[in-house]
Design a protein around this ligand. Structure first.
Ligand code: SF4
Length: 340
């Protein structure tokens, strides 16, 4: 399907993406003894102008997915199609050109900005790398960008340590916007910020999306954060997407037992409803298994409270048979034997 400009509605298509990190032994002859399967066969699409939330506990592979999409890590296998072009096949100059359309906002505004560079150099660096504007014109563009993200353009010669956490994240946003990208991976952009500042950064990202028609992959570790900003949400567990649907369906009728557990932990603003919710909170037992040695069958089987139900109702042993990630209702994808 195409939009009015003749462009496809799908901006990004990720197919069977795998990102494995090899485990080696020995100092001289490094033997390959296994892999950390950080991202293991992930498939999804991001439509032009939407925000796809990608949620899961820390270490589930969501940030690695973001980096593998941008080719900051070269994927082990699978396709990443951006504007119809498979990025995994691009190298050198053609990859660099493509990267101009895809930027990243990092989690930690304290660590992601070079403390020895002025704000002007930090925000202007992508312009320099991509050979866009120079001299006075570049300086003017940097000032304009600072203005766009709500910072005083006269701060251009200051250093990151002179700013608060929220202001530093705004510098990170200005830097990502500098080359006028279509797509931004927002990697937990508010997790390191004070709660009082978080809403401001979310509002800024939403305003920028409306103004510049941006598409976001918004990574977060809890469902409360992505609820406001996402159009659709993908839930990740141990390197795989276990559920993907539009925001309202996910919060009203979560199918996957892991999504249900995550949602039961999201605090409610109404204290009475919160007391009621606490009675039904699903506490997951055990730890997340190691991605170097994921369980056989369904990757959630070691902690799933519904595993016995799958055996009773469907006659399937979740510890043996891996569920397929399939569309069980229009636009609602789940990887669980209980559905579909
Ligand atoms: Fe639980 Fe089985 Fe569904 Fe996996 S497939 S989520 S173990 S019920």
């Amino acid at each position: 399907m195409t939009n009015g400009n003749g462009k496809s509605d799908t901006l990004l298509k990720v197919e069977n993406l795998k990102m494995y990190f090899p485990i080696t032994k020995g100092i001289l002859f490094q033997r390959h003894v296994g892999d950390i399967k950080a991202v293991d066969d992930v498939t999804f699409e991001v439509k032009r102008g939407e925000t796809l939330g990608l949620v899961g506990e820390s270490g589930c592979g969501k940030s690695t997915t973001g980096r593998a999409i941008l080719q900051l890590y070269r994927p082990t296998d699978g396709r990443v199609e951006f504007e119809g072009q498979n990025l995994t096949e691009l190298k050198g100059e053609s990859l660099r050109k493509m990267r101009r359309n895809m930027q990243m906002i990092f989690q930690d505004p304290y660590a992601s900005l070079n403390p020895r560079m002025t704000v002007g150099s930090i925000v202007g660096e992508p312009l320099e790398v991509h050979g866009i504007l120079s001299g006075k014109a570049r300086k003017e563009r940097v000032k304009e960008l600072l203005n766009i993200v709500g910072l005083n353009p006269y701060f251009i010669n200051r250093y990151p340590h002179e700013f608060s956490g929220g202001q530093r994240q705004r510098i990170g946003v200005a830097r990502a916007l500098a080359v006028q990208p279509d797509f931004i991976v927002c990697d937990e952009p508010i997790s390191a910020l004070d709660v009082s500042i978080q809403a401001q950064v979310i509002n800024l990202l939403e305003d920028l999306q409306a103004e510049f028609g941006l598409t976001y992959l918004f990574i977060a570790h809890d469902l409360a954060v992505v609820r406001h900003i996402s159009d659709r949400i993908a839930v990740m567990y141990l390197g795989k997407i276990v559920e993907l649907t539009d925001r309202d369906s996910l919060y009203k009728t979560p199918f996957h037992p892991y999504t249900q557990a995550l949602l039961s932990a999201v605090p409610l603003p109404d204290p009475i409803a919160e007391i009621e919710r606490a009675k039904h909170r699903i506490i997951l037992e055990g730890d997340v298994p190691s991605p170097a040695n994921p369980p056989k069958g369904c990757n959630f089987c070691t902690r799933c409270p519904a595993r016995d139900r799958a055996l009773k109702e469907k006659g399937i042993d979740c510890g043996e048979v891996e569920p397929e990630f399939k569309e069980v209702e229009s636009g609602h994808w789940v990887a669980c034997h209980l559905f579909g």
